[in-house]
Design a protein around this ligand. Structure first.
Ligand code: ARG
Ligand code: ASP
Length: 719
């Protein structure tokens, strides 16, 4: 079942109900479902060479990166590239490790890093890598005999079975397992992992090269970033990487990727193995409308206001440039994506396209009485839930974006709420002392990192948006009354007033409050206006939004799940791609130029273009001086022949960053790190003509290692 739509003169094929165009495929199933199509696209490998549990396969070279306590909670992807445990990923996937290891004396972010010998490789505490050992379908084991039980009993039974299955696989710190749901719960697959705990940083370029063009170029094509970092896994004598130890030696991986020396041409096959986070390919037209008009619309509005304040302040102040680099990059990344999504929904008329698709769906359903009786109301039921959710989603976006995760000081204030709880239960001295020590540390970190004047301006801008867009006292703190009472409706004055009357505006006043804290002083905190405003966002969320939102979302989830079931039933064996859920996936396509409404862009970029960008706008496109000097010494022709990045229509999403991009024989040709904004709507609708993932060329990585980092030994080890 393939529907084609002619929109704005561009033929787009909606992947949501169609097969094959795009899709993040489950590697253990490609043999049965996908391999023929992959061969048609140009693949020269067998399915077993990609995924096998009997022989080494490409999946053994691929790992998810995690930073928290859960080794299956992946934020991005990495791959083995040598028999001596070398690993390649993006710079932006390893940035928090690089950040933690950096000091003002050794600023690895600014200057880059290369360990000339193995003993100089730096342990990246907290960074874990997990490799999939096998994927098992546990749907039957989990779901057998649950029909007839009450909802609660069935959930309990299901959960205890899942725990048992997973617990059997988890041994020590070395092995981990995770069951994830596919197609809204129609299928459950377990991934069993080997986990690597001793991971060290080997090399990284300076951030000016890795993130060339910064936020200006983020989500953009053409692009010229060297977004890579090289790590190494270490293991004990039994080749197990259970914990960091000086005695450990390089891990010997089951498999590693061979690096291509050849590069690629237009239309060549490309394939990506990685851990994509979330996609929502099956949302209905009504839900799509909500994404554009509520989620993206308000997120862009609020983040835009926050970024304006930060950028204005950063322009004139080098110190603030550094202090707000992280807040700005994170906020901007989502801002730019949400903006691009909203634009694409409009550009490609996606709400109408989905609605048309739903009409066809209903016509098909009607031709089968049984199916119609079962599923005929779903589209309406979903629309009904989404109608009810509109208001709550808007509130949630405001409370989260303008409140809780808006100004850094708001979440900082949230950290003091524990004192409230301690005062309420009259906690003992020992507990209070512990809390005081924790807060002293939080204070030290916060005031080192942020600037109270910038914070005040962010609070003012976001409070104004909140106050003007959210109606009804029920959703607002009484503190907003001060806007009229004390500030003549001026939100900057309002912020001046609350900060003047708050001990949060002064590190030492706050320290004094914490040092001298006893329970009888809690009202000082409770009446502090900056605290009061901050905490009100948390309370509104907890008491007035969260529960109702969850209740309706649960109902929505149930209908949505049935809708996906109905689509797969209607597809009559035609396969649908399951939405991304942080499990290992394979996607494939071809290296192609990008044609937008107005322009055609080449499928690759080169060093000459980078130099032109830098020369025209040296501040925006800043580079290390020595790098500029050395590339200026090259001939124009040589610079033109030095490829930097390339694009393809391989389907990817957030979490795919750091993933190896492979050629038709499974050799590494690049590293995925981004998508071009024009087709970024691929999380909802994959449009093959518009969707382009962006990779850094492995030959440019080699160039940077050799020419800039002088990492000759490393180059020898890899190439
Ligand atoms: N947009 C990429 C992703 O979503 C991040 C690219 C990092 N580079 C940058 N200039 N911010 O994570
Ligand atoms: N940059 C994203 C990531 O970090 C990739 C994307 O969204 O295309 O995973």
């Amino acid at each position: 079942m393939k529907l084609k739509f002619f929109l704005l003169g561009i033929v787009i094929s909606l992947a949501s109900v169609c097969k094959a165009d795009g899709g993040l495929w489950i590697p253990s199933l490609i043999k049965r479902l996908k391999i023929e199509d992959m061969h048609k696209a140009g693949l020269k490998l067998s399915a077993e060479e990609i995924y096998s549990i009997n022989q080494k396969s490409l999946k053994d070279a691929v790992m998810g990166i995690s930073y928290g306590t859960n080794p299956a909670s992946f934020s991005s992807t990495a791959s083995f590239i040598s028999e001596t445990g070398l690993v390649i990923t993006n710079h932006h996937c390893a940035i928090s490790a690089l950040h933690k290891l950096s000091t003002s004396e050794h600023n690895y972010l600014k200057n880059g890093f290369y360990a000339e010998s193995m003993d100089k490789e730096l342990y990246a505490k907290g960074l874990k890598l997990s490799r999939v050992i096998r994927i098992e379908d546990v749907t039957k084991k989990l779901s057998a005999g649950l029909t007839g039980l009450s909802e609660r009993d069935s959930i309990n039974r299901f959960n205890s079975r899942a725990k048992k299955i997973v617990d059997k696989e988890i041994t020590g710190k070395n092995y981990y397992a995770k069951i994830r749901s596919y197609f809204g719960g129609a299928q459950y697959l377990m991934e069993v992992y080997e986990v690597y705990h001793d991971v060290r940083v080997v090399a990284a370029p300076p951030i000016e090269l890795a993130r060339f063009g910064g936020e200006e170029d983020n989500w953009q094509w053409p692009r010229h970033s060297a977004d890579f970092a090289i790590l190494r896994v270490y293991a004990d004598k039994e080749n197990k990487s259970i914990e960091h130890s000086k005695e450990n030696s390089p891990y010997k991986p089951v498999n590693f990727l061979k690096v291509s020396k050849k590069g690629y041409k237009q239309a060549d096959y490309a394939m990506i193995l990685g851990f994509p986070g979330t996609t929502k390919q099956y949302v209905t037209s009504r839900a799509m409308k909500q994404v554009a008009e509520i989620k993206n619309h308000y997120s862009v509005m609020i983040r835009g206001a926050k970024l304006d304040v930060i950028n204005k302040n950063r322009e004139s102040n080098e110190d603030l440039w550094l202090k707000y680099a992280d807040v700005m990059a994170k906020s901007s990344n989502v801002y730019l994506r949400d903006k691009a999504e909203k634009e694409a929904i409009e550009r490609f008329n996606l709400v109408e396209a989905k609605a048309k698709q739903e009409k066809e769906y209903l016509i098909k359903l009607k031709s089968d009485k049984k199916l119609f009786a079962k599923y005929g109301n779903l589209i309406d039921s979903i629309a009904n839930c989404v109608d009810q959710l509109d208001k709550l989603e808007k509130l949630n976006t405001f409370v989260m974006e303008a409140g809780i995760s808006g100004a850094p000081i708001t979440s900082f204030c949230g950290k003091f709420d524990m004192l409230n709880a301690l005062a309420r239960r009259k906690a003992k001295d020992k507990r209070v002392k512990y809390e005081q020590a924790r807060l002293r540390e939080e204070i030290r970190k916060f005031y080192d990192q942020y600037d109270i004047n910038v914070e005040k301006q962010i609070v003012a801008a976001l409070a104004e948006l909140y106050d003007k867009n959210i109606d009804g006292k029920y959703y607002k703190s009484s503190i907003f009354n001060l806007v009229k009472e004390k500030a003549d409706g001026d939100y900057n004055k309002f912020a001046d007033y609350i900060f003047e009357n708050s001990f949060f505006s002064d590190k030492w006043k706050l320290r004094k409050f914490v040092d001298e804290y006893t329970h009888d002083k809690i009202s000082l905190l409770q009446n502090d206006p900056v605290f009061k405003l901050s905490i009100s966002y948390y309370l509104i969320n907890r008491d007035q939004i969260m529960r109702q939102r969850m209740k309706i979302r649960k109902k929505y989830g149930k209908f949505h799940k049935q809708y996906i079931h109905s689509l797969s039933e209607l597809a009559n064996g035609d396969l649908l791609a399951s939405d991304a859920n942080r499990s290992l996936r394979v996607s494939y396509g071809n290296i192609l130029p990008l044609k937008t409404t107005n322009e055609t862009y080449s499928y690759y970029t080169n060093l000459e273009e980078l130099l032109v960008k830098h020369t025209k706008q040296p501040k925006l496109y800043s580079l290390p001086e020595t790098f500029v000097k050395s590339i200026k010494e090259m001939s124009t022709k040589k610079r033109e022949n030095t490829h930097i990045c390339f694009i393809s229509n391989v389907h990817t999403t957030g979490g795919n960053s750091g993933s190896a991009v492979l050629d038709s024989k499974g050799r590494l040709i690049g590293l995925n790190f981004d998508r071009a904004s024009y087709g970024v709507i691929s999380d909802y609708v994959y449009i093959p003509e518009a969707a382009r993932q962006i990779s850094v060329d492995v030959r440019y990585i080699k160039f940077i290692l050799e020419d800039y980092l002088k990492a000759d030994n490393l180059v020898k080890e890899i190439w």
